[in-house]
Design a protein around this ligand. Structure first.
Ligand code: MEV
Length: 313
């Protein structure tokens, strides 16, 4: 029997990094997906195949011994294989660019948790999310859980560590243009740098958290009004806070400038230090914004919100 699941990538619209410290973030799932197929196999091994490489190991290894970006899959398979006398073959297919802040690893954890666990029993979305967050922690211990949550439930949502998620029901009329710096980043190390910034000046960081919280509440109102122009000013404001905590660089600043010439506002999305930015547009400036990036040879595409979330077959 094969078990297959797919999960969407994500864009953090507002609140990345601050969400790690309890501030509310606003995220949406996007129409780019990871699909994971899992199958029991003879021989008792865990075998993982993906377009970033393969991994084949006996079960029962300590996670800290494994040096592979595929270790969340190993973790999940090993956990499910306890007391079972079989192996698992896992195939990963992804159309989410890797390591650039669009949720490729959380989508892998969610689709992996669903496909692997459902080989053994029917699992609910809540269980799958909990498993996915455990798996994500094997590569990034301090995750806020926001990314796996939106990859599981899809749509657009507010999220905070204490209260979990709340879906935003209004259907926004904006389009997101994503531009990729093609600089891969490690979320863990950028989050570590922000922690150092915080520890150097707790007062300043706490003030920034307050400002971000206020901004997020204002954004929630603007989403109800569907006021894309005013949302754009909030995008710019959020980018200033991200600049302050030190997750930007010259290339990202240049991309934000390009994005902002035609769009309502542009900011880093995800951990920063590389990765992607998004520009907020609607029908009136979508094409122009894309062209601005293409003229300067940037890797750029528009994304739609995915309302489906995790899908199992
Ligand atoms: C990474 O996509 C988002 C961060 O806020 C980390 C997290 O929420 O776990 C930087």
């Amino acid at each position: 029997m094969k078990s297959k699941a797919s999960a969407p990538g994500k864009v953090i619209l507002f609140g990345e990094h601050f969400v790690v410290y309890g501030v509310k973030a606003i995220l949406c799932a996007i129409n780019k997906r990871v699909t994971v197929t899992a199958e029991k196999m003879e021989g008792g091994k865990i075998s993982i195949q993906s377009n970033i490489g393969n991994l084949e190991l006996e079960p029962g290894k300590s996670i800290s011994e494994i040096n592979s970006p595929l270790k969340p899959f190993y973790y999940l398979a090993d956990k499910m294989l306890k007391n079972e006398n079989v192996g698992i073959k896992i195939i990963v297919e992804s159309d989410i660019p890797l390591g650039v802040g669009l949720g490729s690893s959380s989508a892998c954890c969610v689709a992996g948790a669903a496909a692997i666990s459902r080989l053994f029993r029917k699992t609910s979305n809540e269980e799958i999310l909990a498993l996915a967050i455990e798996a994500e922690k094997t590569i990034f211990e301090n995750t806020s859980g926001a990314d796996c949550t939106v990859c599981t439930y899809g749509g657009i949502m507010e999220y905070d560590k204490k209260n979990g998620f709340h879906k935003i029901e209004s259907k926004p009329n904006f389009h997101l243009v994503i531009a990729n710096s093609n600089i891969e980043h490690s979320t863990e190390s950028v989050v570590g740098e922000v922690r150092q910034f915080k520890e150097k000046d707790e007062m300043r960081f706490s003030l920034l958290c307050k400002k971000e919280s206020k901004l997020v509440e204002e954004v929630l109102e603007l989403l109800i009004e569907n006021n894309v122009k005013k949302l754009g000013t909030k995008v710019r404001e959020n980018q200033e806070y991200l600049e302050t905590i030190g997750i930007s660089n010259d290339k990202l600043r240049e991309m934000i400038q390009i994005g902002q010439t035609e769009s309502f506002g542009a900011k880093i999305t995800g951990a920063g230090g590389g990765g992607c930015i998004y520009a907020l547009t609607n029908e009136s400036n979508l094409e122009h914004t894309i062209n601005q990036f293409k003229d300067k040879n940037y890797d750029c595409f528009s994304v739609k919100i995915d309302f489906k979330g995790l899908d199992t077959f």
